[in-house]
Design a protein. Structure first.
Lengths: 448, 314
């Protein structure tokens, strides 16, 4: 009993504990860093590279590379997907000075990582002939300020995945335009009241961004050494109005992306479609392939467009970047080149069965096509749909330098859209404001 | 301790005595002080240092960064940010809902266990305490599963009964529920221990005076375990300030749980989503100060009257 009486000292100790715990976040940054040996290949010993990534099939790619390259050995560590904590882990490692030599980063986050000084300029190691092998829309996103910062793994054109059987039952076909999409959504809901044609992902602004991109919006431009942010232009507003209406009329589900909820809804046939990108085909397959009664019933179609002509934005897409302080940039670029441009490298990824990445080095499309098992899609060739979509990716899009903040802000206010207490337009306006404030805060030059 | 006999002079004996007096405590304290310095003082110092600097870019920002001293700039930025202040409001709302419920449940359960009526005391004690043995993050994941419509058996069952519960749409009660599940048993054990320490003769006297079980609980037992109530209150308030794990797990699925829902989440987001370590450090330091101030205030306010009298007499 006595010992339970709170005393002042006890309170102080509690306060100290609280302080320590509250500071944990900052403490993480202080955790020790291993000194990296900078042994090159000159002494005859193989170069050992550390590599962090999460893209589907990466383990297989690394195994194949290591088997064929006695002089460079990759130590692969699988980290959580970028937005699920992978980027936090990476930026933390960079800050602590123990970043891996090479890591995966998606196009939207690349400028942010470059801007924070996490990425090494590899312009000198990437020749014009190598660059020419990638889709121009992809190299455009890995060149910032006239320098090359990463090698693109996949271009990620948008694609629409849907359940053939449910569509047939509702008497609809894959919509070609967004008007048709809404009509199809209504028909599907009438035919099967608990089913919706697709999902609005409140946790994933990149899906919405790809839609805006498809309509010709350009959220960020870097001209004359100054940034411009335009999240609320007419091209974006058209898309936001369209989606707001779909949500208001309850024609789409509102569920987090890749959540258990979303997967369960797909398994039960309550979600009949998925507006995703090329890589989504592999994700769907690996998430749902074990559900026997829907295996083989999925199909892929080009993304609906506004005017019926092919058009696409890019949704995600992964690159290989070399970390700022790595002394092994040459070996790292060699590995990245192999993984992104050789048939062996790409085959290993697709043959893992979990990836349907569309190679940024487009000459590898036949390789990917051959390696991809199409049973889940009833034998349909995904790689017959992707190339046209990839060619139709609108050029000129640039990701902003504070994308972590921009997307974070959008994510927070998309939550209000889900809770019906805010609109997509509110979210865009708030993100625009937050982005401009962060430009100022970081000291970036902003165009007037 | 061994006693040494020595033939040397008094000076040496005095030195030995001094060593004896300070040596043992020094040896015993050293591991604590070492760890305390390495794991608490140094990180706090580092965080304070980080909080005074910021990284500046120029032009398009691709030319690298420059670390500049900003003084209290990060602190004013954190305090000016509505999202940060909103986080403290969330905590306040959380405390208002959680503390009365948790303390109430824990107290009632402890009184029930303490009363002569209860059978299988050991079993109930253990059963109620078990949730606390589950790590917080695991508990949060389990609850998230139970909260998610479409996969939760509980929600399915409730839906067949005609209700439409939406725990993910009401994150505050959802988080409070998780905390209740995890902490009620723990605090019940504290209350129960305090109740067991009440002198039996006091209780007997109450019975002799004709007090029933309820009257005994309200007029004798609860007043006598007030110090435990105060302590549980203090620890709960401080624990609440650090609310992080549960809402962080919910952040992915419950749209209402924004990335800055609590001050700790704000610091996390600032560091790892925005890459703004200065702001993260400043908001952490502010949070720590708030915790220190609050614990001071709570201790002051809940000190028993006799303590205060003693102080006044001194």
């Amino acid at each position: 009993m006595r010992s339970l009486v709170p005393s002042r000292r006890r309170a102080l100790r509690a306060a100290a504990t609280a302080t320590a715990a509250a500071l944990c976040v900052s403490l993480l940054a202080a955790c020790g860093s291993d000194a990296k040996s900078s042994a090159g290949a000159d002494d005859g010993k193989p170069v050992t590279l550390t590599f962090w990534g999460w893209a589907k099939g990466t383990k297989e790619v690394v195994a194949a590379f290591n088997a064929g390259h006695p002089n460079i050995q990759i130590t692969f560590e699988e980290i959580p997907a970028g937005n699920a904590g992978g980027y936090a882990k990476l930026s933390n490692a960079v800050k602590a000075g123990n970043a891996p030599d090479v890591f995966n980063v998606e196009y939207p986050q690349l400028p942010d990582f470059v801007s924070q000084g996490a990425v090494q300029d590899i312009s000198k190691l990437v020749g014009a002939d190598l660059k020419a092998r990638y889709l121009p829309q992809a190299t455009e996103l890995t060149s910032l300020g006239g320098r090359t910062w990463a090698l693109p793994l996949d271009a990620a054109p948008q694609a629409f995945y849907y359940r053939k059987d449910l569509f047939e039952k509702a008497g609809i076909t894959a919509p070609k335009t967004w008007d048709e999409f809404r009509t199809a959504a209504q028909k599907l809901k009438t035919a099967q009241p608990d089913a919706r044609i697709a999902t609005f992902f409140p946790d994933d602004p990149t899906t919405f961004e790809a839609m805006a991109w498809q309509n010709g919006a350009r959220w960020f431009t870097a001209a004359d050494d100054a940034w411009k942010a335009d999240l609320t232009g007419p091209e974006t507003k058209k898309v936001s109005a369209y989606w707001q209406q779909l949500i208001d009329e309850d024609l789409v589900h509102v569920q987090p992306s890749f959540s258990q909820q979303w997967t369960a809804s797909l398994q039960k046939g309550e979600t009949a479609g998925y507006l995703g990108a090329s890589w989504g085909g592999g994700v769907l397959k690996s998430n749902l392939g074990t559900t026997p009664d829907i295996n083989g019933k999925w199909a892929v179609a080009p993304m609906p467009t506004w005017d019926g002509n092919p058009a696409s934005g890019m949704l995600g897409g992964t690159t290989f970047a070399v970390s700022k302080d790595s002394k092994k940039a040459k070996a790292a670029v060699e590995f990245a080149t192999w993984a992104t441009t050789t048939a062996d490298g790409f085959k290993a990824r697709i043959a893992s069965g979990t990836s349907s990445a569309f190679p940024a080095a487009t000459e590898l499309v036949p390789v990917a096509k051959q390696a991809f098992n199409t049973d889940f899609y009833g034998g349909q060739d995904l790689y017959a749909v992707f190339p046209d979509a990839a060619r139709s990716i609108k050029p000129g899009w640039t990701w902003g330098p504070v994308m972590g903040l921009t997307n974070g802000s959008l994510k927070d206010s998309f939550g209000k859209v889900a809770g019906r207490t805010g609109t997509i337009d509110d979210a865009l306006a708030a993100a625009q404001q937050a982005t401009l404030a962060e430009f100022k805060n970081r000291g970036l030059k902003v165009a007037q | 301790m061994t006693i040494r006999t020595t033939r040397t002079g008094t000076a040496r004996a005095a030195a030995t005595a001094r060593r004896g007096r300070y040596g043992a405590p020094a040896v015993l304290l050293a591991p604590f002080l070492l760890l305390f310095t390495a794991c608490t003082l140094v990180p706090i110092g580092y965080a304070v240092r980080l909080s005074l600097f910021t990284e500046r870019h120029s032009g398009l920002g691709f030319g690298g960064t420059e670390t500049v001293f900003t003084g209290l700039g990060n602190y004013t930025r954190a305090l000016e940010d509505e999202a940060y202040r909103e986080g403290f409001l969330t905590i306040a709302r959380y405390c208002l809902l959680y503390i009365p419920l948790m303390a109430g449940f824990a107290l009632v359960l402890a009184l029930l266990l303490d009363s002569a009526l209860t059978r299988a005391k050991r079993f109930f004690q253990l059963a109620l305490f078990i949730p606390h043995a589950v790590p917080g993050i695991i508990a949060a994941l389990i609850w998230m599963y139970l909260y998610t419509p479409g996969i939760s058996p509980v929600l399915d069952a409730l839906e067949t009964l005609g209700t439409q519960p939406d725990p993910l749409g009401n994150p505050l009660p959802a988080v409070v529920n998780m905390a209740l599940w995890q902490w009620t048993g723990y605090n019940m054990v504290i209350f129960y221990a305090a109740l067991q320490a009440i002198p039996r003769e006091v209780l007997e006297a109450a019975v002799v005076d004709g007090a029933g079980p309820l009257r005994t609980a309200l007029s004798i037992k609860i007043p006598l375990i007030k110090p435990s109530l105060a302590m549980v209150g203090l620890f709960t308030v401080i624990g609440s300030l650090q609310l992080f794990t549960e809402p962080m797990i919910l952040h992915g699925t419950a749209p209402g749980v924004v990335s800055t829902w609590t001050p700790n989440m704000y610091a996390y987001t600032a560091a790892f989503e925005r890459g703004d370590y200065g702001l993260a450090a400043a908001s952490s330091v502010l949070l720590a100060l708030a915790a220190a101030l609050l614990s001071f205030a709570v201790t002051r306010a809940t000190r028993s009257r006799s303590d205060r009298r003693k102080e006044a007499a001194a």
